[in-house]
Design a protein around this ligand. Structure first.
Ligand code: FAD
Ligand code: DLZ
Ligand code: SF4
Length: 506
């Protein structure tokens, strides 16, 4: 055999670097289901099904085009359980001249791959993952010498460099950012569209049965599994989004509604992250929708910013700051993660909705992650490592390179402001403004302290009081600290006591 080409579970793109130039007569592809990867966090059952089923479908597609695929099933009796030992076993068995792999997306796996060069007795090539807009070097070039790494600045360079939503060197609509138009509450009578979901075929059904049997204790339900597991399905999901949801994506990007887990979001992060869709084709498709008059600019710009901006930016942050980034804890938060993050059992209606969506669909949309589960963990002072592991486990789209900066940098401010210029801390008023949760909640949104008051209210002020030394000088927190300075010691103490009483009761 000439070249053994390794494809990992999030590299399921037919044009991924390691498959470019493949010679079907001389090369083979190695794909491995391994226990190390299925167990390094207690993945949601749907995430396990998604990845293993998509891997099996991808292998079948390669075989259909005449490519030799060496596929190791999780249950193969000889499966040694790790990427490293499986690669070694394949090299011993197949005796290739050379090993080729696309750079892994995660630090943990990159560390493994770095060790292979010395262990294997054959040459090895690690290729750049060209599915991203910005290489590691491109991000480093942008970040180098800048005091602050502001996403908006990075995003503008990406727009210009990749000529997306540009006209004669200027942003379309003469504005880079239409966020101000994108903060609407969903009107009570508006019903969000039904979304394309995919019925499991025989191959997925077999994985569902295996996961039910072998990962019975893992978080999450499988009944509603509907994620695309092939490129064909992923393209259908993208088309459904473009037709039915993109036109309102901008308006209701930050809205929340009880019983409506998906609203106008795209639901394509799992497919992009494992390689079934390319970020480039998705951005181009959204731009075409605007140019053909099928979606307004505020929606299309807002959507493209998430992918061309945020997604590329968090990847840059991750690779620039790992491995130290993983243990950052700027606010010295240490509270254990409350049990209700796993059970969903809480009288807080908003938190119940977010966690129940997560349990049923391995999904909750961005504003639920940031302003509900994230905001709660921030205000409660949950240990960043614990909340980070929760996010990594529970979403179908969760991969450390994208999850970790979003959690540590955006949600809980553990990086002390590397990513966000201020903590995304909010009281119940924000949640009430953006959702319909509060009217059906056991707690009273209007009360500030006491056992019946919305817990977010006292927790918000207690958070500011607890972290005053670290946060008071933040220019974007001048207003709330000015308000606090007008409070008597007794008033401040009553908020802290109310927040502590609630948190101690958990
Ligand atoms: P949409 O709302 O439709 O957005 C479109 C696309 O933009 C997404 O599919 C995604 O590819 C990209 N995107 C949007 N926001 C972000 C962002 N902040 N960072 C990176 N890409 C973004 N996203 C993941 O892909 N994996 C994760 O593990 C993950 N963990 C998160 C943890 C926390 C605490 C927070 C606050 C956000 C996290 N996100 C993560 C970002 C975002 O919430 C999800 O990408 C989004 O909710 C996925 O749903 P969607 O496909 O419907 O996205
Ligand atoms: C997340 C995951 C899981 C659950 N299982 C596998 C697997 O069995 N085989 C595989 O190749 N990849 C899996 N993955 C994805 C990896 O954990 C990891 O995210 C990628 O290799 C990128 O670093
Ligand atoms: Fe959430 Fe508070 Fe509203 Fe209840 S009252 S839904 S806890 S914000």
């Amino acid at each position: 055999m000439d070249v053994l080409r390794v494809v990992l579970g999030d590299q399921l793109s037919h044009d991924v670097a390691a498959l470019q130039g493949l010679d079907p007569d001389q090369d083979a592809v190695l794909m491995m289901e391994v226990r190390d990867e299925t167990e390094y966090v207690p993945h949601h059952k749907q995430k396990l099904v998604l990845i293993l089923s998509a891997m099996r479908h991808f292998a079948a597609e390669l075989r259909d085009t005449g490519i030799q695929v060496e596929y190791v099933n999780l249950d193969d009796s000889e499966n040694t359980g790790s990427f490293t030992s499986e690669v070694q076993r394949a090299v011993d068995r197949l005796k290739p001249r050379k090993l080729v792999i696309t750079e892994p997306s995660e630090w943990r796996v990159q560390e493994m791959v770095d060790g292979w060069g010395a262990d294997l007795s054959i040459p090895m090539e690690v290729l750049q993952d060209d599915r991203f807009f910005a290489s590691h070097a491109r991000f480093a070039q942008w970040a180098d010498g800048r005091k602050t790494w502001t996403m908006e600045h990075f995003y503008r360079e990406m727009r210009e460099g990749h000529d997306i939503l540009m006209a004669d060197g200027k942003p379309e609509g003469d504005r880079w950012n239409f966020d101000a138009d994108n903060r609407k509450r969903l009107p009570a009578k508006t019903t969000p569209p039904n979304r394309a979901r995919f019925t499991p075929d025989e191959m997925t059904q077999a994985v569902i049965e295996m996961v039910e049997a072998q990962f019975a204790q893992n978080f999450g339900a499988l009944e509603a599994f509907g994620w695309p597991v092939t490129r064909t399905e992923a393209l259908e999901a993208l088309d459904d989004f473009l037709q039915n949801a993109l036109p309102h994506f901008g308006d209701y990007q930050d809205a929340m509604k009880a019983g409506a887990p998906f609203l106008y979001h795209s639901l394509i992060a799992p497919a992009i992250n494992i390689g079934l869709l390319s970020p480039r084709e998705v951005c181009v498709a959204a731009e075409v929708a605007w140019r053909s008059g099928n979606a307004p600019l505020n929606a299309v710009e807002g959507f493209i910013r998430q992918i061309l901006g945020w997604r590329e930016y968090v990847r840059g942050i991750y690779w620039a700051l790992m491995p130290d980034y993983a243990v950052t804890n700027a606010l010295n938060a240490s509270r254990p993660l409350p049990e209700f993050y796993w059970s969903g059992v809480t009288d807080m209606h908003c938190m119940h909705q977010a966690i129940d969506n997560t349990r049923r669909h391995a999904y909750s949309h961005h504003i639920q992650r940031l302003m509900l589960t994230g905001n709660f963990a921030l205000l409660a002072g949950v240990d960043p490592a614990e909340i980070e592991q929760w996010y990594l486990a529970v979403y179908a789209d969760a991969f450390e390179w994208v999850e970790m900066p979003n959690t540590l940098g955006m949600a809980v401010f553990a990086d002390g402001g590397r990513m966000a210029s201020k903590p995304y801390a909010a009281s119940g008023a924000y949640i009430n403004r953006m959702s319909d949760f509060c009217k059906d909640c056991a707690y009273d949104i209007k009360q500030k302290t006491g056992p019946d008051a919305c817990p977010f209210n006292a927790m918000y002020w207690a958070f500011l009081i607890r972290n005053e030394d670290t946060l008071k000088t933040n220019p974007r927190l001048r207003m709330p600290y000015r308000t606090l300075s007008g409070w008597s010691d007794e008033k401040q103490a009553s908020y802290v006591e109310s927040a502590d009483a609630f948190l101690d009761s958990l």
